[in-house]
Write a protein that binds this ligand. Sequence first.
Ligand code: GSH
Length: 212
Amino acid sequence: MALTFYDCTPAPSPRRTRILLAEKGIEVETVQIDMMKGEQLTPEYRAISPTCTIPALKLPSGAVLTENNAITLYLEDAFPDTPHMLGDTPEERGIVLNWSLRAEQEGLLAVAEAFRNSTPGMKDRATTGPNNYAQIPELAARGQARLTAFMNMMNERLNGREFLAIDQFSYADITAMVTIDFAKWVKVTPTDDHDDLKRWHAAVCARPSATA
Ligand SMILES: N[C@@H](CCC(=O)N[C@@H](CS)C(=O)NCC(=O)O)C(=O)O
């Protein structure tokens, strides 16, 4: 089954897809989209992904998924014999998605808010997508504050737990791991108080998929 994955190696969002693919052992054809050259905004890529974002996954039918959450749901159902990244029961699926969405909304988007509103190279690119928006410095400060709250929340959640959502590695761990690594871009790392967060992060980073 031919799947085409639109990737950009240095960027955090397609890394979520790469880790998922590696954990599940799914082969895809990969096309690199160079964001440093603005390739995500070209008419050619816009015809594939109108959101002008990476990742995107083209399915055998020609349909294109532009959201990690949709890509994960699709791959989980289309390849049921590969390791389950959303758990094994309806309850686990709900819990995994719940925690992945929390990591995305409270963590990943906080880093993006801090990064995109403070980085000189992102001037007028404060959001992704086809339209340009000016930076708002206050949003950079808010993103930093939200990120600190996220790390505290994660540390608390991981107390006495091996994984973020359920008793096995899941999509929630992928989203959260990518978020903690992305936070380095805005110079935020777990502190000495974050023992459980650091233990969990070291363990998930030791998995072979982390280097995908
Ligand atoms: N909804 C997407 C968001 C993807 C996203 O924000 N990707 C970034 C790279 S990490 C992007 O495409 N940026 C394009 C830009 O900055 O113009 C997902 O999580 O799958």
